[in-house]
Design a protein around this ligand. Structure first.
Ligand SMILES: [Ca+2]
Length: 230
């Protein structure tokens, strides 16, 4: 995985001229706002113009129950009855809102719902028929998911605006007594050419640095390999 991160940084350095790529925000990003109270935030919490001045601020990874956490959030007073969800917002600057590929990576536990400038993008490991916003997912993560980043390309056009944008995500606990909650994410705007190069580099990383002691990463690696036509 280390090599993958280097490649991403390299792409960021190429951000100039017409072949521009942009790292909107990166893993370990500072400036995340979060709401970790028992009640859900106000209805429009994912909107760009929502007033999050009452929210706390921290650096990713955010959550609890994992050694990698940089900013610990609260689950309440009772570890057997943890808050069902936590809410996160991140403002980020966009120079070019017309990139060919919007590439997002999210590491989460146990489920998540994603929004960009108030538009619902989709969910990860939450029930098909969504319960009320503050519900537990009722599903634990399959092997390999927690240790890897779920990677996807946002297909919808017109999601970004030039200037200030807001990524919002609710992260849902699997159950009231689950020990951990985790969030980290990265978001890039790149060309199709760069996307292909990124996929090829990841494939190389997978074959060149196969881990023998961590079978848990297999799911993520297989996904990367299948996604590459070569
Ligand atoms: Ca959990």
């Amino acid at each position: 995985m280390k090599k993958t991160i280097v490649v991403v940084g390299f792409l960021g350095l190429l951000a100039s001229g017409s072949w521009a790529s942009e790292t909107f925000f990166k893993k370990g990003q500072k400036g995340w706002k979060f709401w970790d109270k028992v009640d859900s935030p106000a209805e429009k919490w994912s909107d760009s113009d929502f007033d999050d001045s009452a929210w706390k601020e921290g650096q990713a990874p955010l959550g609890y129950g994992d050694d990698e956490i940089k900013s610990t959030i609260s689950y309440g007073d009772n570890k057997e009855k943890k808050h069902p969800a936590a809410y996160f917002r991140l403002e980020f600057e966009v120079k070019d809102h017309d990139h060919q590929v919007l590439y997002m990576m999210v590491r989460y536990d146990d489920g998540a719902r994603l929004y960009l400038n108030g538009t619902y993008l989709g969910d990860l490991n939450t029930p098909k028929d969504p319960p009320p916003p503050g519900a537990y997912t009722g599903k634990s993560l399959g092997p390999g998911v927690l240790d890897g980043y779920t990677k996807f390309v946002l297909q919808k056009k017109g999601l970004l605006v030039k200037g200030n944008n807001t990524f919002a995500i609710s992260v849902h606990q699997g159950s009231a007594s689950s020990s951990d909650l985790f969030l980290d994410a990265e978001f890039l705007g790149i060309s199709e050419k760069e996307f292909e190069a990124l996929q090829a580099a990841e494939k190389k990383t997978v074959t060149g640095e196969e881990k023998t002691d961590e079978k848990k990463t297999n799911t993520d690696e297989e996904k990367t390999e299948k996604g590459d036509p070569e």
